[in-house]
Design a protein around this ligand. Structure first.
Ligand code: PRP
Length: 179
């Protein structure tokens, strides 16, 4: 889709995103106070969210990354998740928090949680910025959710359209209507 010819509207401003992430950070800080926190962010969508989230958590923590892929450059999930790059450290004994930009069908998060559990973390939880419950194919709720959204095409703040627009600092929705 060429979104440059379509109407769009802001869904979450920079200020709204920053304020919600501060709240999430404080909650995580409380819950992980005496734990051994290892954040595992799923690339690429979550890179901006993760960067802001970890800076709102005032605790000693480690950060690592995984790349999973199911969508490629298409808007529909292929349904099967692949690990394109794995975590680069041993997560055994850590309290792992998997961070992603969105749970849509939840196929990705379900796969990653099961996959990482196989590496014997002490505990494992999930945190997503956006949640689209209406799209679920797998029954799963993230432990920490920024915003629940309707089934709209979201772009910006890490979310891409054809791999562009991830750098837009707010989240917007592209409609089917021409400008
Ligand atoms: C997107 C998004 C999530 C996943 C969510 O990743 O970043 O990881 O899909 O969808 P699901 O709940 O239906 O599994 P994508 O494969 O588009 O890669 P990206 O992170 O590089 O944008």
């Amino acid at each position: 889709m060429d979104i440059t010819t379509k109407k769009w509207e802001t869904m979450f401003t920079e200020e709204e995103i920053a304020s919600r992430i501060k709240e999430l950070g404080k909650q995580i800080e409380k819950d992980y106070k005496d734990k051994n926190l290892m954040v595992v962010a799923l690339l690429r969508g979550s890179f901006i969210f993760c960067a802001d989230l970890v800076r709102s958590i005032d605790l000693p923590l480690r950060v690592n990354f995984m790349t999973t892929s199911s969508y490629g450059n298409s808007e529909e999930s292929s349904g099967s998740v692949k690990v394109s790059s794995d975590v680069t450290v041993d997560i055994e004994g850590y309290d792992v928090l998997v961070v992603d930009d969105i749970t849509d069908t939840a196929t990705t998060m379900d796969f990653v949680l099961k996959y990482l559990k196989g590496k014997n973390p002490k505990s494992i939880k999930s945190c997503v910025l956006l949640d689209k419950p209406s799209r679920r194919k797998v029954e799963l709720e993230a432990d920490y959710v920024g915003f629940e959204v309707e089934d709209k095409f979201v772009v910006g703040y890490g979310f891409d359209c054809g791999d562009y627009f991830r750098n837009v600092p707010y989240i917007f929705n592209v409609t089917d209507e021409d400008r």
